[in-house]
Design a binder for this molecule. Sequence first.
Ligand SMILES: [Zn+2]
Ligand SMILES: [Zn+2]
Length: 147
Amino acid sequence: MTIAGGCRCGRVRYELVSDELPLSYACHCLDCQTWSGSAFMLHAMVPEDALKIRGEAVRLRLPGGTEVMPSEHVGCASCLTRIANTNSAIPGVAVLKMGTLDRSKEVVPAAHIWVSRAQPWIMFDEDAPCFDETPSPQAFANAIAGR
Ligand SMILES: [Zn+2]
Ligand SMILES: [Zn+2]
């Protein structure tokens, strides 16, 4: 089965080969707030080769810094919607922006990261694991296992 989505103007569409909606998480970091122009972003880590992006997509490479690894971002050249990114810290994984899914209404974050930066009015689901910053991949996997 595939799960479809795309940018706001429709010039970039994608299909994710997956039977179920992937587990998503909300990131409240300052970059996500700035880049989305909102309070947080909804991401999901999916296998890079399961995500087929078509249309007029553009790619932006960002160099690494002291705290961040180099990354590449894919979005629509016409409406500036960002669809996904890869990060050299997690090879083979694409981080899909879950608000771009056709079924975005069904997305419920299974965990929250960078809650130390979260807007003060956000109320967290008591059952959802929360991390002050970026957890280690192992800690994150343990926290969301079975969710
Ligand atoms: Zn577009
Ligand atoms: Zn973030």
